[in-house]
Design a protein around this ligand. Sequence first.
Ligand code: TYD
Ligand code: MG
Length: 452
Amino acid sequence: MSKTAAVWRCNSCGATAPRWIGRCAECGEFDTYTEETTHREPRSGSRWVFSSEVPKPLSEIQSTPGERWSTGINELDRVLGGGLVPGSLILLGGEPGVGKSTLTLQAAGSLAASGKTVLVVTGEESPEQVKLRADRLGGFSDKLFLLAEISLERIEAAVATLRPDVLVVDSIQTLFHPAVESAPGSVSQVRECAAQLLRWGKTAGVPVLLIGHVTKDGTIAGPRVLEHMVDTVLYFDGGDQHTYRLVRTVKNRYGPSNELAVFSMGKTGLTEVANPSELFLSQRSDAVSGSAVAAVVEGTRPLMVELQALVTPSYLTNPRRLTTGVEHNRAMITLAVLEKRAGIRLAEADVYINVVGGVKIFEPALDLPLAMAVVSAAEDRLVPRDICAFGEIGLTGEVRPVGRVSERLKEAAKLGFKQALVPKSGSIEADGLEIIEVANIGEALTVLRSER
Ligand code: TYD
Ligand code: MG
């Protein structure tokens, strides 16, 4: 017989407690505990369905050749690490309205067009609403099936009859498993439903794409709890203020993480942006101080982004340090290095730093261009338009080498840059680019100050 039990569960990390507590001991979040009643079903062994039940030597296990199915959307294939892996569980997270349903419907459409049976389960929209969106996006093959359902049991029944090659669930927060007595969207529901889909997907060899909502502060149940369970986590970024959207790989068991895809949202859905550097640099204003271009690498892709800095006199005891798009602590270290090793006085100044276009770059190679932008702003001195930079800055002010140099330089040359400020290595060559090697921050500033 099953028993019921009341537990309190953290909506942020999924930790449990026997009573309500104000601050989660696991993740440190405040006021995230909600009460849940769960059935304790006696667990039967048959729930484990993986085939290899006895331990086997690793050398005897056959590795299956990496089969991948193209989603028909190159940028999506890129963040997936080359396409959909059969049997994998993928989580696509993002704020409401960012374009998750649109992207998955487009991918489902082209997978269906390539002959795969695709089932899209929608718990949020009626089939008519989905059809309306599909009409905007263009023709769909009759291999694409739609099911408006939130009960996992009925979804399983539908899946058993249809036997789809690909399953899309929009969204995991709307699903509900009758054995779990909490509301859809609660941590235990989300986790149980995802676990069932995971087991089913792995046994049937079917890729399952889960859509998960995240609010601005990331508190809603789901995505963070799911990250441990799924094979691939993609996050949709960009928001409403930009017409283009970024999809980033946060975790991938089948490819590099940190991969980035760029889309633009238009009248007929999301279209791929083939050359994002061009897009990010397209609105560069000319001849203002405080702007520098960084040659960074996101995942496997080189990207040119504009960094802006503003340095103003501060009237506060603790001057302001505001950053967007960069790793705050790293930027603070760079400011401290500038102050100590290069004599740039910032202690009485407010400093604002921004990466243009809403991209977030967490690469250490951003240090050098960031320092250039800050000094340019502090001294009201122009960084020439056709110079780009990359390099990590150490605490002693040295400029340290970074990887993928030739890819960065190739991208810079392609976009018409004439000079590149790079870490000293003595062996850097590039076609059509003048390479300026610097060993420390002082040398970099000399270059900046010697320009017109
Ligand atoms: P949607 O995919 O519904 O977002 P999510 O599933 O992440 O909540 O798309 C949201 C926005 O995209 C919506 O504001 C309308 C816009 N949109 C377009 O601009 N063009 C289109 O062709 C489509 C289908 C949507
Ligand atoms: Mg949606």
